[in-house]
Design a protein around this ligand. Sequence first.
Ligand SMILES: [Zn+2]
Length: 320
Amino acid sequence: MFQFAPLPAIETMADDSYCDVLAVVAQCDEPLTYTNKAGKEVTKRVMHLADKSGKSIEATVFGSGATDDRLQAHADVVLAIKGAKVGSWNTKSLTLWGDTHFEPNPDTAEAHDLMGWWRHTGCSMQRAHISVSGGGGGASRDSPRILFSDIEERAMGMNGTPEYFSVNCFITHIRTDQRTLWYIACPNCKKKVQGASEDMLDGHCEKCNAPTTGTRRWIFTGQCNDPSGSRYVSFFDDTAVRLLGGRTADEMAPTKESDSSRFDAHFLKHSFQRVVMKCQVKSDTYNDEQRIKVSCQNFEPLNPVAEGRRLLAEIASMGA
Ligand SMILES: [Zn+2]
């Protein structure tokens, strides 16, 4: 037995609640298969659903439903969904897990009526995407607050375009035995200087097509932990200098040679910072293997008052 909710009603539903939906598949991506952190292959498929309200909502199908042949782009499919999970992922969205029941083109008067509307009016209509009411507890729309485990669960960064998020975490460990902690950069364009070495920073910049004297720029990964687990995050020069208390790679490079324990101690001293970090996540291919790379765009020390307010707003929105 379905109890369909019109799409605009979802706008005010609390995250993690469930609803039944009868809607047209207005847009449908190809299924995407990826390997999650547990080494398991997962398939997901993103759709946009629309109904007569003129609103649309993103719905993601996980599991075997994602490869259901009856879900096709431009195929004019009406879906009856039982128990889709409501969430606010950037905007309000629905998730259909592997055990969520959905029925393409159910033979009911309501479904035929909806398809009739879609063919005559709906398909050419300008649709408004359902948004998070009340601003989602202060989460910035372009970088939603997540846990590290969400990266795998939501297959973030896998569709070719970088995605952004923020996370409340500890930067726990920066390995100083990494092959490189910095590179020698053109001061003008920041590209790697060709022919430069630790003994001789002079070389040639291919981009500027000119001889130049390079400066060292930090580039390293740090282990970051949040309650869901840990993640290696890349830090580039701007964030790395701040992370290391204002010390540049040029300043610290001689210490690594002359007194490596002092060098290591400086990194250790700046570990275990609790921060709210804005990150970019994207995939790249290395030796035919697809990898997810997370890099730090910016970070701020955790502000307990602001964080407390954010949590209160989130709790309040759960009861809405
Ligand atoms: Zn250059």
